[in-house]
Design a protein around this ligand. Structure first.
Ligand code: PEP
Ligand code: MG
Length: 553
């Protein structure tokens, strides 16, 4: 009998194939005496340079601009002079290069972890670099994704950004991790690559190496120990589904023809390179902070104007929703000089950073207005992390003052959801960031994989807030969208529509499955489904309700 393992499905799709686990990090060798200190220091430096070069090479092959940025940031960390000097100092005090490197990274990691917040998140990056440095010092292969020469299901405890960013979708059939949550790097990048993925799947690493398994990235089910016949059946079913999806074209709509705008989330124009934009209603979330990452100073007016204009040019006469800089917490931007805070997620982040550096928002709005003036795209602008009607009013006024007619706010904080009606007195539209709204509603850090169950977008409390926002928007006759990861879940999409959401924005690859899912239900069926799901006790119960046969609705 196959074993059923349950996790959280974060990227839809069904596959079957052999399981392979992530390559283990190298083992620290026994201490050895150093005979030539100068040569040992050079040995360590060469290893760090090799790690940096390897990461840069991976960045060049990264499948998305976002992934490339993450890898380049890691490459820079590998050649950080502070780390290099600390390792050299240890070697001069008599340690061999592998131990000097290991101890230095361990010390830095402990400091980052103790600091908490976004620095604690970088501790995982440091651990990954430490393993790579050790492999380079020992001349062993870099730890990471196996390369067996045939397609396989990748199973890991968790994946580092470096590993996820360079996954080859022609070889990796699906990704399953024991840790990680719905908004982890693994989830976001797997969706960007169109790979089925399950996170928080306890026991996945116990799957026998090379044994057959089936994965369902929607339900979060992994079945291990399946027979060849069962695997072939799942593969055939998945192939038929894929064929159906690629024949299914046109704008988003319910079975009875109610239009739902299906839009894409991007970080830069480069994210659009492999995307067929024919049936895309526009950009529902343009995350501008990627332009600001790893900068020592803010990008200038011209550079910003050019970057925004590139995106607007790809969407003539279509809507592009630009989100102003969302820095702080999970998106640290050193040049902002934000104060050290015990709880960065509750501190100066999103729109709040403009309390400290108002000129940055001013320059960004100027750049957006300049780029919009030269384009036919319908440019909307919204602010992240708005908490009060007064913040919304202040932001809307600033956007309008820059000659940009459509200004809205993201709903990412429960206070904003509860006061949606009041926000809409000034805001022209609302867009719900379910990743952050889940974090703040459930008081569960979105970067803590162990709390993935609380961050699940199927939590009835979160869906309840979404419904309240949708009612407020309908009453005001204004647009309301979901642009967090919840919008990419084909099982959830009809429920969001039933709650009153009229626009869904997601990673481009998620769009075909969401379009097909919506077309199965009439608007009345979506509403009935939403009503029932709001009564669910928990996410598992909500999913069971959602799986009700459409004819029974
Ligand atoms: C969100 O919070 O849901 C969102 C879309 O913003 P981000 O994930 O960039 O914080
Ligand atoms: Mg957010």
């Amino acid at each position: 009998m196959p074993d059923l393992l349950e996790g959280i499905g974060v990227s839809p799709g069904q596959v079957a194939g052999p399981v392979l686990a992530m390559g283990n990090p190298p083992v620290l060798p026994a201490v050895y005496p150093v005979t030539d200190v100068g040569e040992e220091v050079l040995h360590a430096e060469r290893a760090l340079t090799a790690v940096c070069e390897d990461l840069r090479a991976r960045a060049a092959f990264a499948t998305t601009a976002t992934a490339a940025d993450v890898l380049l940031a890691q490459a820079e960390l590998a050649i950080d002079p502070v780390l290099r000097d600390a390792i050299a100092a240890r070697i001069r005090r008599g340690q061999d290069a592998p131990h000097a490197s290991h101890d230095t990274f361990a010390e830095q990691r402990a400091m980052f972890t103790a600091a908490g917040g976004f620095l604690a998140e970088r501790a995982a990056d440091l651990e990954d670099i430490a393993h790579r440095a050790l492999a380079a010092l020992l001349g062993s292969p870099m730890p990471g994704v196996p390369a067996p020469g045939h397609p396989f299901i990748l199973v890991a405890d968790d994946l580092s950004p470096a590993d996820t960013a360079t996954l080859d979708p022609t070889m990796v059939l699906a990704v399953v991790t024991e840790r990680g949550g719905p908004t982890s790097h693994t989830a976001i990048l797997a969706r960007a690559l169109g790979l089925p993925a399950i996170v928080g799947c306890r026991g996945a690493l116990t799957a026998p190496d090379r044994g057959l398994a089936t994965i369902d990235g929607t339900t979060g089910h992994m079945r291990i120990g399946v027979t060849e016949t069962e695997a072939a059946h799942v593969q055939a079913h998945a192939a038929a589904l894929r064929a159906g999806l690629s024949n299914d074209r046109g704008p988003g709509r319910t079975a009875d023809g109610h239009a739902i705008d299906l839009m894409v989330n991007i970080g830069a124009a480069a994210d659009l390179s492999a995307v067929d934009l024919t049936d895309v209603a526009g950009v529902g979330l343009f995350r501008t902070e990627f332009l600001f990452l790893d900068r020592t100073e803010e990008p200038g007016l011209d550079e910003q104007t050019h970057a925004y204009a590139e995106v607007f040019a790809a969407f003539p006469h279509r809507t592009v929703v630009v989100r102003t800089l969302d820095a702080g917490a999970d998106k640290p931007l050193p040049f902002l000089g934000l104060p050290d805070e015990p709880n960065p997620a509750l501190g100066l982040r999103g729109l709040r950073t403009s309390r400290l550096r108002p000129e940055i928002l001013h320059t960004q709005l100027r750049a957006i207005a300049r780029a919009a003036a030269g384009a036919t795209a319908d440019v909307w602008v919204m602010a992240p992390m708005v908490s009060t009607p007064a913040e919304a009013a202040g932001f809307v006024q600033q956007v309008h003052d820059h000659g940009l007619p459509t200004a809205g706010v993201m709903v990412e904080v429960p206070a904003a959801a509860l006061r949606a009606r009041h926000l809409l007195r000034t805001a022209d539209f609302l867009s719900i960031g379910t990743n952050d709204l889940a974090q703040y509603t459930m008081a569960a850090d979105r970067q803590t994989g162990d709390l993935a169950d609380l961050l699940d977008p199927w939590q009835p409390a979160l869906l309840h807030l979404l419904g309240a926002c949708a009612v407020a928007a309908q009453d005001a006759g204004k647009s309301i969208s979901v642009c967090g990861e919840a919008a990419a879940d084909p099982l959830l999409a009809p429920i969001l529509v039933g709650l009153g959401i009229t626009r869904l924005s997601m990673s481009p690859r998620a769009l075909p499955a969401v379009r097909t899912a919506l077309a199965r239900y009439t608007l009345a069926q979506c509403r009935r489904l939403a009503e029932r799901v709001l009564e669910a006790d928990d996410p598992a119960h909500a999913r069971t309700i959602a799986a009700t046969d459409v004819h029974a609705l």
